[in-house]
Design a protein around this ligand. Structure first.
Ligand SMILES: Cc1cc2nc3c(=O)[nH]c(=O)nc-3n(C[C@H](O)[C@H](O)[C@H](O)COP(=O)(O)O)c2cc1C
Length: 401
């Protein structure tokens, strides 16, 4: 019997001891489906392997030493876990390209999220290079869809910097569960985090901490979620990236899975055996957004840029988000982007309809010369967020060295 099979059966036995409901499930034949959906295999298999090996020294001496920076880069935060990146490694430089086929359609009509995601990947790459004593020169390229070459990172031997953030690259996971309502994030912590933006002149952070503002932001996020659900194209495009079937997840190594949903072990188990439909997913998404996601947020924040039509500013914002999330991890904080507001703002623009959410964002931002780009929540965690799938670095290289 293969090793995976043995482990699955052991964990199944443990689970059954504690769950009369599971016995009922087995008696109805649901256990076969449970195996298919990976209900016993959280965080295992090839789709999760990149989280284990990302900082191992390469044994093969023929491998370009820069390759391991790509292994760190692909663990970055990215919209809907689409991983819209391709890399080319050369002697002393790495080029980053967008894989525009991995877009989220009407959820991201102007590639706002795609470009932020690329910025997140650049930040991990840069941190990994600096932690290996390389000095990096990052050049971000402006341009539209027709220019898929988005960045160049030139590396020269230098001094080691930022090891703290580098070391938690493999521990950073989006936390969609409840945050600790008894422990609020201190203003001093927010101020410290805000300082991370000093390197990015076009990006700023806005915090929403008092009760009224939090209610306003929270309600807008919930209304935007409802608006997405009411828009068949948007919810259909979003749903394409939900991975329900375990084999599909292991094959694609991308998308959103129930394990990353922030649910308890029990709910995740049953979630995996629920029928997969847009309606059931949407019901569940709205419920989770209301509570615990909005209801237990200690603070909401928004990244602002001067001009969101400028791709380089979106990538700068992505770099900052990745850095903030890593910093949050080193300080025991949990984080989750909540971009429904912006997804609706972009959709309104695309359809030419009344800019309800566009106007609401403008009102919230209240910072002349800046536009709201990306909303998130933070707080202290109540559990451990789980890893999401990744395509390994080898699969996203344009050339092998
Ligand atoms: C631009 C952008 C937008 C995102 N929007 C959301 C969101 O609205 N809701 C959410 O739960 N996660 C959101 N995320 C988080 C991603 O879904 C997450 O990073 C991805 O699934 C990979 O998981 P990981 O962060 O745990 O590695 C966003 C991330 C980025 C970079």
């Amino acid at each position: 019997m293969p090793e995976r099979g043995i482990r699955m059966i052991i964990s199944r036995r443990n689970f059954l001891k504690t769950s009369a409901a599971a016995i009922a499930l087995i008696s109805t034949g649901g256990v076969i489906r449970a195996f298919d959906q990976g209900a016993f295999s959280t965080g295992k298999g090839p789709a999760y392997e990149p989280w284990q090996s990302w900082n191992e020294e390469d044994i093969d001496s023929d491998t370009n030493p820069l390759f391991r920076f790509v292994k760190a880069s692909i663990l970055a935060s990215n919209a809907h876990n689409t991983q819209p990146w391709l890399y080319r490694i050369r002697e002393n430089e790495i080029d980053l390209y967008t894989d525009i086929s991995r877009n989220i359609g009407t959820m991201d009509p102007y590639f706002r999220e795609m470009n932020i995601s690329l910025g997140c990947a650049i930040e991990n790459l840069d941190l990994a290079a600096n932690a290996s004593s390389y000095e990096s020169k990052v050049t971000l390229y402006p341009g539209g869809f027709e220019q898929i070459h988005v960045a160049n990172i030139t590396l020269t031997p230098g001094v080691m910097t930022s090891p703290d953030l580098y070391h938690v690259i493999g521990k950073r996971h989006t936390d969609r569960a409840a945050y600790d309502s008894d422990k609020q994030v201190e203003p001093a912590t927010l101020q410290q985090m805000e300082k991370l933006s000093s390197e990015f002149p076009d990006v700023k952070v806005a915090w929403f901490t008092d009760a009224d503002k939090k209610t306003e932001v929270g309600n807008l996020i919930i209304h935007a979620t409802e608006a997405i659900i009411g828009d068949q194209s948007q919810s259909g495009d979003s749903h394409k990236w939900n991975r329900h079937d375990w084999d599909e997840l292991q094959r694609h190594k991308d998308g959103i899975s129930i394990d990353a949903s922030g649910n308890s072990e029990m709910i995740r188990f049953f979630g995996k055996v629920l029928p997969d439909s847009v309606k059931s997913f949407n019901d569940y998404w709205l419920k989770m957004t209301k509570s615990p996601q909005v209801s237990t947020a200690s603070v909401f924040g928004m990244l602002l840029v001067r001009n969101q039509r400028d791709r380089t500013q979106l990538m700068q914002a992505g770099r900052l988000w990745q850095r903030m999330h890593l910093w949050a991890v080193t300080n025991g904080l949990a984080a989750q982007p909540l971009n429904q507001l912006h997804e609706r703002r972009d959709r309104e623009l695309q359809l030419g309809i009344e800019p309800l959410f566009g106007k609401a964002i403008e009102k919230l931002v209240n910072a002349p010369g800046y536009e709201g780009l990306f909303t998130f929540r933070m707080g202290y965690p109540t559990g451990q967020a789980l890893a999401s799938p990744r395509r390994p670095a080898e699969e996203v290289l344009l050339t092998h060295h």
